[in-house]
Design a protein around this ligand. Structure first.
Ligand code: ZN
Length: 395
């Protein structure tokens, strides 16, 4: 099980803070849970849970929602995050279409708008301001923060886009520009932070996804869109690397002198396995129109094979518990297509992984079939300061 954490060790942290982090993250994962179940699941004493829960209730972060019937005897009262405690703005910058959403404290998307991603970042900022106007007609002061998922690399301050090759955006301080514009337009100070979209998606899967089990600590999310990005949770912690560039497996070179890539190299995995690759074109995949043209068995197998090449490298390099496939067309509408692709990938991975045990890695489709994991992750990112904290170890 994955917790949002700062990376500090438990030695310097107060036990109290550790327990508070565990309980808040427990509410994210289980949604409705009783005090008794919280104590049982996280091995905490009942008095600790009772004390921390009453603090959280008085802060209005959680609320009592009712009771679960458990046959005869006393019915325990369940609690959940209070959706109205605060709201945040979650934004997913897509290569073709972007989405802006209002998300509540229980991490539910309440409303959203799509717009075509403009070439000019300043125009993008204007679209976001218009979006906020529509999504928050009255209560802009309830906006806790803005979280943005970027199809590219964001620096360690989470304020600057270093490079987003498929958008052709480079060195853009988008977060601070947006923060200034919001201050000017609405006269409010709202923190804005960005991160790579696959990082945000893997956090959403790890925290809220249905495909993650109690013992899964090593999770790889493979975003298959215009390009390919991966988000890595290693030993229960988001792996960012030294300069926040980890997870660029899409630019792993799989063919010498191969197809040129927008990153400047040749033969990158994403040129063969993304939705803008030759095999995807042959399948009649059209991202803008959200279409998959043919279900030709051989072409489908070709796409699965191209995806498998990178997945096998990831499996052999990282030995994860689970690999999750997501992206703009991995949605309810195309579920049967992707189930078939996934089954082919499972076969290939079993065949080519370094040992049979490594090949037993679970390969799953995203839990977020109707609302992108990257968007939900952007919401979690906006609320991160509330949920983060030191934990001794993942549970
Ligand atoms: Zn590349």
């Amino acid at each position: 099980m994955v917790f949002i954490r700062t990376g500090e060790t438990g030695k310097v942290a107060q036990q109290r803070e550790i327990n508070r982090t565990i309980i808040l993250n427990g509410f994210l994962r289980y949604k409705n849970i009783s005090r008794t179940d919280l104590a049982k699941r996280f091995n905490l004493s009942k008095s600790t849970v009772t004390r921390l829960v009453s603090n959280l209730i008085s802060e209005k972060m959680i609320k009592e929602v009712g009771s679960i019937s458990k046959g005869l005897g006393r019915k325990p009262i369940t609690l959940s995050l209070n959706p109205d405690y605060k709201k945040a703005v979650a934004i997913k910058i897509g290569v073709t279409i972007s989405t802006i959403a209002r998300i509540n404290f229980a991490m539910k998307i309440e409303d959203y708008l799509n717009f075509s991603t403009p070439e000019d970042p300043q125009e993008f900022i204007n679209n976001v301001v218009e979006g906020i106007e529509k999504l928050f007609p009255e209560s802009k002061e309830k906006i806790h923060a803005i979280g943005i998922g970027v199809p590219g690399i964001v620096d360690n301050t989470f304020q600057n886009i270093v490079i987003a090759p498929n958008l052709r955006w480079k060195d853009i301080p988008l977060a601070s520009l947006l923060g200034e514009k919001i201050k000017e337009h609405f006269n409010i100070n709202v923190p804005v932070k960005m991160d790579n979209e696959a990082n945000l998606a893997v956090v959403a899967e790890g925290m809220l996804g249905k495909k993650i089990g109690y013992n899964d600590l090593n999770i790889v999310y493979v975003f298959i869109g215009e390009g390919i990005g991966t988000g890595l949770i290693i030993d229960g912690k988001l792996h960012r690397g030294n300069k926040n560039t980890a997870g660029e497996f899409g630019h792993m070179v799989i063919s010498k002198n191969g197809i040129p890539c927008k990153c400047g190299n040749e033969g990158c995995w994403e040129r063969y396995a993304s939705l803008s690759s030759p095999v995807s074109k042959n399948l009649g995949i059209n991202l803008r129109e959200e279409k998959i043209g043919t279900k030709d068995e051989n072409l489908l197998k070709n796409l699965a094979y191209e995806i498998s090449v990178g997945v096998i490298n990831i499996v052999n390099g990282l030995n994860p518990d689970v690999i999750i496939l997501g992206g703009p067309l991995i949605t309810s509408k195309f579920i049967s297509f992707w189930e078939e692709v996934k089954d082919e990938i499972v076969k290939n991975v079993k065949k080519y992984s370094i040992t049979p045990a490594a090949g037993e890695v679970r390969i799953e489709l995203t839990s977020f079939l109707d609302c992108p994991a990257e968007l939900v992750g952007a919401g979690i990112w906006a609320f991160w300061d509330i949920f983060e904290g030191p934990v001794l170890s993942t549970i």
